[in-house]
Design a binder for this molecule. Structure first.
Ligand SMILES: NC(=O)c1ccc[n+]([C@@H]2O[C@H](COP(=O)([O-])OP(=O)(O)OC[C@H]3O[C@@H](n4cnc5c(N)ncnc54)[C@H](O)[C@@H]3O)[C@@H](O)[C@H]2O)c1
Length: 155
């Protein structure tokens, strides 16, 4: 199966890509490195150094013999999303590519707006690209309530 992992440079995305690749799937990853920028902006570093996506892809090929194709770009760029889906032609997409941190989204107005636009527009571009290019693509979407800021209350 051809599987595209969005947010493939991230905490969940990279191990998911390795797992799927080891199972024999053709795996592609998409990321814009926004997460690395947040750390830089906040002046923090991961406890364990995280190598560049390019280096990680190389290492995986060395140890497994399998190639993971990397696409660098932003899901809020509709042209990029349509190009990647057309070029990679996935059977399934796993979508992790969002700003996940509620505290980050609450820093101030601009961080709240960034989080909303990034998470909602990125996902909308993806949904429209799937509908326009190949509606048979399966979508697995991971997300937490903190991403959208509006909890759903059921009474
Ligand atoms: N980490 C957890 O324990 C956990 C638990 C439940 C749900 N989730 C959800 O899973 C998803 C991934 O979480 P994570 O912990 O791997 O986060 P993460 O920040 O490590 O990974 C997300 C990746 O997406 C990329 N990204 C963000 N916006 C993008 C955009 N517009 N275009 C392209 N790439 C973009 C980032 O650069 C990053 O590499 C999030 O939606 C999160 O809410 C995470």
């Amino acid at each position: 199966m051809r599987v595209l992992v969005l947010g493939g440079d991230g905490y969940l995305g990279w191990p998911t890509a390795l797992y799927l690749s080891r199972q024999g799937n053709d795996v592609g990853v998409v990321d814009n490195f926004a997460r690395r920028q947040y750390d830089h902006e906040m002046g923090v570093e991961s406890l364990v150094p995280i190598r560049s996506l390019k280096r990680r892809v190389q290492c995986w090929e060395e140890v497994s013999g399998s190639r993971i194709e990397a696409f660098v770009g932003d899901l809020t760029d509709d042209g990029f999303v349509y190009r990647v889906l057309t070029e990679f032609s996935p059977d399934t997409i796993v979508h992790f590519a969002e700003q996940r941190s509620a505290p980050y989204s609450m820093i101030d107005r601009s961080h709240a707006v960034y989080t909303q636009v990034n998470n909602v527009v990125g996902t909308l571009n993806l949904l429209y690209a799937i509908a326009d290019i190949d509606p048979s693509i399966h979508l697995v979407k991971l997300g937490t309530m903190g991403e959208y800021g509006t909890p759903i209350h059921r009474h």
